[in-house]
Design a protein around this ligand. Structure first.
Ligand code: DGJ
Length: 689
């Protein structure tokens, strides 16, 4: 037997190899450097008892159906005729470096490779690859399977829908399989590829937890299984059947794994840093993230030069730095029935092209962004009329938002889209694309996703100065796969700040401040009809990458003053907030959603406490902070005491002056805030003295 270990941040993964596939013998808190791995491997050996065969089938990196494994195998394959193959792999050799292990195994003309890398941000990246001497069909290929913790009562996975993204599900472990599968050709609103396995007693701020994220945008399957013998395993891979053609080489997407000893916040901060520092390829890393203005909820398809230049004037005056022209500028796009696929400027709306608008936007000091939805085509478009055979899926399929999907696996489709988009980016000084994807695919096909990635890669190489935003009816495609080519996500089409407060808070378990787009929406929300104050809307947007998205003509003088001042405050702080950790607090009051943005060097923080409904008790419960130095002293200031409830009439200290308190006090007793109305948010600024 040979043993190996990889250390990443707070975690160690230890593996043992005898003759078959490698098996994880330990995954958890970082072990001492002197740990004897052979002893760990011996200690991990299980007993046998009744109702079992005479040796425990290995829960290897790819559990094998041909070795009497009782659970879900990690590989289901057949020959080209559909005859199932049951290879029993033998280890061939191992390439081991301090931050990388590569296990190569062989069976019957097949080679299986398991790659595991440790990154400095504390993440393990795991990937499985299969090559074959002759073509085979793959029904299911899992990234390396990992053991799930025994001392865990529940798993937390993520679901959602349009305008209600990133809803956390707490699901009890029971014998058998919990399977989530996204078969919509996107990572999806419905089953985003994230899973947290908290150990018993874990909260936001304390305890231990494991988490996984499958970095693939094309639809995936997750299997969390408790075997009859009590062992637990987790597998992630492309949705089953996503590889539609026989082949000799198949590969999973990277599976990202993290273990935390600091509660769910250890998971959140590891993923936030990883996405921000390792996954996203920033265009100009040192450049401040600009405040956006997006015109969608102001004008929809109704584009006029006069209307949009007037909006640009107002946006710039309020502090916007990037103007994004959304859907409606191309073909004859007066509604969503037509023109996707015809990426040329609509001469009726834009007789002088986009130049007059872009020149005006630039004169105001803003950069310019443009909306595209390249993967889609309306049957009512010149492209579709010329190439009906470029459509993905059956001819008689049901459209979605009146549109079909282009088959991105076809080189002609990729070339046409590249040329169309490239022509616009060459003619106009555009530094940003909002890349949308508004329908569910008619079928699951990994080649489609590879085609999208290839197109994005080619465009990024040809136009390296252009940033991209991933949007799919809001947050329908948010994963590390797409973020390798994009720089921001449109988290949700809900600009209702009350909904956003929750969505942003839960998405922070995976997404950092800098890539999470959040816009100040209209006074009366277009997706909920709620009417919310400007202070609340602006401060909720200011929790992440801020922007505005509304008809700015509706603003009262008071609203404009508040928006301007919150925007200026956001800009004053962005030099440190964009790299801050988002730490979720364990609010004792379920009506309060509280979190901190803690500077990378710990020198300052912003605490936000959003009240989503009335509290059960009369007085606010103190909010315990986290992540501070117990011995340090912090000056804390309530930024917006004017947002206290009208009935607030007691001597709450923060209403009138800053306080100086130790980290120990703040993390043990916590901060007492004034009484708050629903749909308000308090902002507390903290500085270490
Ligand atoms: C859906 C997006 O989520 C919206 O923000 C907007 O861009 C529309 N598509 C445009 O059609």
């Amino acid at each position: 037997m040979t043993t190996y270990r990889l250390d990443a941040g707070a975690q160690t993964l230890a593996l043992a190899v005898t003759t078959g596939l490698p098996e994880v013998v330990y995954w958890g808190a970082r072990l001492p450097d002197t740990e004897n791995l052979d002893a760990i491997a011996s200690a991990s050996l299980n007993d046998l008892t009744g109702g079992m065969i005479d040796a425990l089938p290995a829960l290897s990196l790819t559990p094998e159906a041909g070795r009497a494994f009782q659970g879900q195998p990690g590989l289901v394959l057949s020959d080209v005729n559909g005859t199932p193959l049951l290879p029993a792999f033998q280890i061939d050799h191992v390439d081991a470096a301090s931050n990388h292990l590569c296990f190569i195994s062989r069976a019957d003309g097949l080679t299986q490779t398991h790659n595991i890398r440790a990154s400095e941000s504390g993440i393990l990246t795991l990937q499985t690859e299969i090559t074959s001497d002759t073509p085979i069909r793959i029904q299911w290929l899992a990234a390396p399977a990992l053991p799930a913790p025994q001392r865990s009562d529940e798993m937390i996975d993520v679901s959602g829908k349009w305008i209600r993204e990133f809803a956390l599900n707490h699901v009890a472990w029971t014998p058998g399989i919990r399977m989530r599968e996204s078969r919509t050709g996107r990572s999806g609103h419905e089953h985003p590829p994230y899973l947290i396995l908290p150990e018993s007693g874990c909260t936001n701020t304390q305890g231990t937890a494991y988490a996984l994220h499958y970095g693939w945008s094309g639809g995936h399957r997750m299997v969390a299984e408790e075997l009859p013998d009590g062992r637990r395993q987790v597998q992630f891979g492309h949705a089953s059947g996503a590889e539609t053609e026989p082949g000799t080489h198949f590969q999973t997407a990277p599976l990202y794994a993290v273990f935390s000893t600091t509660g769910l916040n250890g998971i959140g901060t590891a993923f936030q840093r990883h996405m921000r520092e390792d996954v996203v390829q920033w265009v100009e890393p040192a450049k401040p993230r600009p405040v956006h203005y997006n015109c969608w909820e102001a004008v929809y398809f109704n584009h006029t030069l006069a209307g949009l230049t007037a909006l640009a004037d107002k946006a710039a005056d309020l502090g916007a730095e990037r103007f994004v022209l959304d859907d409606g500028w191309f073909g004859h796009r007066d509604n969503d029935l037509t023109s996707l696929g015809d990426w040329t400027i609509d001469p009726n709306k834009w007789p002088g092209g986009l130049h007059p608008l872009i020149t005006h936007v630039h004169k105001l000091g803003m950069s310019f962004g443009l909306w595209f939805e390249p993967e889609m085509v309306n049957p009512d478009s010149d492209l579709f009329r010329a190439h009906p055979d470029w459509m993905l899926g059956p001819r008689d399929q049901t459209p979605g938002r009146h549109q079909m999907v282009l088959n991105l696996a076809l080189p002609d489709v990729q070339d046409t889209l590249f040329n169309q988009i490239s022509a616009i980016l060459t003619e106009y000084p555009i530094d940003y694309i909002k890349w949308d994807h508004n329908r569910l695919l008619p079928l699951v096909d990994a080649a489609q996703t590879r085609g999208v990635y290839a197109l994005l890669k080619r465009l990024r190489a040809a136009h390296p100065g252009v940033e991209l935003e991933s949007c799919a009816s809001g947050g329908g495609r948010i994963d590390a796969g797409i973020l390798a080519y994009t720089h921001r996500v449109w988290l949700s089409d809900s600009n209702d700040a009350l909904e956003r407060l929750r969505i942003q808070h839960d998405a922070a378990l995976f997404l950092p401040v800098a890539i999470t787009g959040s816009h100040v929406g209209p006074r009366k929300s277009h997706t909920s009809g709620r009417i919310l104050s400007m202070s609340f809307r602006a401060h909720v947007a200011a929790q992440r990458h801020m922007g505005f998205e509304m008809d700015l003509n509706e603003l009262t003088e008071d609203e404009a003053t508040t928006l301007k001042s919150v925007t200026a405050w956001w800009k004053d702080n962005r030099h440190w907030t964009m790299t801050a950790d988002i730490l979720r607090l364990d609010a004792a009051d379920p009506a309060v959603t509280a979190e901190m943005l803690l500077a990378a060097d710990g020198s300052r923080f912003i605490l936000t406490a959003g009240q989503s409904e009335t509290s059960i008790q009369i007085l606010p419960r103190p909010l315990r902070l986290t992540g501070l130095d117990p011995a340090a002293r912090y000056k804390i200031t309530l930024k917006n005491p004017e947002d206290a409830a009208r009935q607030s009439r007691g001597p709450n200290a923060l209403k009138t002056a800053p306080l100086t308190l130790s980290g120990q006090y703040l993390m043990t007793q916590g901060i007492s805030l004034p009484a708050q109305w629903p749909a308000t948010i308090f902002i507390v600024e903290g500085t270490r003295l």
